[in-house]
Design a protein around this ligand. Sequence first.
Ligand code: ZN
Length: 135
Amino acid sequence: MDKQQAEAWHKKTQEIRARYPRLFPRPVGFSCPPAWAEIIEDALRQLEKAAERMGLPDDLYPHITDIKEKYGTLRIYHDDYSPAGDDSFDRIVEEAEARSERTCIVCGEPGNISEGGLWCYCDAHRPAVENDFVL
Ligand SMILES: [Zn+2]
């Protein structure tokens, strides 16, 4: 990412956090490709809905502690105060992680991880030499 892209991404992460104040009592940086923004927002929307369905008070919503890339996929870490036996939050973040494995990190369109590769690319964006994507 160049400086301009990094600034645009920073601004967008602030906007996303502002839409889910109950999930972000503290600001958290998103250390991941901007192409994952839609996956992240879908997950946040579902987390909020699940917390509403559980009837949790605002201070027991899943508080996001970190959003980052690890081993080429999306990780969303959160404090979990959900009732025992309800794994809705875990399933939501696992689905987001699985989706990041099928989403091109450049454009957000469907793609795949090539044999021995780390990142998911669509055919149009797969570089001749991989591992040159720097956050
Ligand atoms: Zn692409």
